[in-house]
Ligand binder design. Structure first.
Ligand SMILES: C[S@@+](CC[C@H](N)C(=O)[O-])C[C@H]1O[C@@H](n2cnc3c(N)ncnc32)[C@H](O)[C@@H]1O
Length: 221
């Protein structure tokens, strides 16, 4: 087991589910992302498809999927409790346009066909603020290449964080890679949340602590 896997398994074990939550978790089989889904190439041409990486409790993906039943939303999360929270919401509302990948997003990204997503969202990724932990941050040069491969031409990528280090790290790598345009023309473009994608659990937590959050929006070149 490498250090990332150790971290994941520790995190997965950290708080066990109640009996009721375990029952809800079993619903995953009804909403789980199946790789055969990607065989239907026509789907990507006719539908808008969104990917959220690390959806936490799933507030944003749930709200968007409910609002736009014709679009397809794929959510990735390895935190079991978060998956359970989203499952409860989508099962209560009987939403049919969300698929969940429960696991490490790195295991998913390299298995997907190119140019399938209209948008990819990464809201408040784990910041790994210490210099010695930089390698654990999700945003890396290789990942920027993977995201570029997966996004449709002119598709968008949204990244937010309340960690100044993470935001400067992200911006410097995106500028270096030059695969996306940064859609910021004035400070309000990165200071204000996007009109639709606001109010995640971690964004609210940051606001309660009076921490400033940053909202980056990129467009594939
Ligand atoms: C700081 S939380 C933010 C959650 C949510 N996006 C929000 O804004 O409230 C980061 C989330 O990313 C998930 N995560 C981190 N690394 C991941 C990975 N490699 N694969 C899947 N999920 C991951 C964590 O389990 C956690 O729920």
């Amino acid at each position: 087991m490498n250090s990332a896997e150790k971290f994941i398994s520790v995190k997965g074990r950290s708080r066990s589910l109640s009996t009721q939550q375990k029952e809800i978790f079993l619903l995953l089989k009804n909403y789980e992302l199946n790789f055969s889904f990607f065989k239907n190439k026509n789907l990507f041409k006719t539908k808008k498809i969104f990917l959220e990486i690390g959806f936490g409790s799933g507030e944003i993906i749930f709200r968007e999927a409910k609002k736009n039943p014709d679009h397809i939303y794929i959510g990735v999360e390895y935190y079991k409790r978060g998956v359970t929270q989203l499952l409860k919401k989508i099962n209560d509302e009987k939403l049919k346009n969300i698929k969940i990948f429960h696991g490490d997003v790195h295991k998913l990204l390299t298995k997907l066909p190119r140019e399938i997503f209209d948008e990819i969202w990464l809201f408040f990724p784990d910041p790994w603020p210490k210099k010695k932990h930089e390698k654990r941050r999700f945003i890396q040069k290789k990942i920027i290449g993977d995201l570029h491969y997966l996004i449709k031409p002119k598709g968008k990528l949204f990244i937010s964080s309340d960690d100044t280090n993470y935001i400067s790290w992200t911006l410097s790598l995106f500028l270096l890679m030059d695969k996306f345009d940064w859609l910021a023309f004035q400070p309000k473009d990165w200071r204000n949340p996007n009109n639709d994608y606001f109010g995640s659990r971690y964004e609210k937590k940051a606001a309660l602590k009076n921490k400033v959050s940053y909202f980056l929006k990129f467009k594939k070149k």
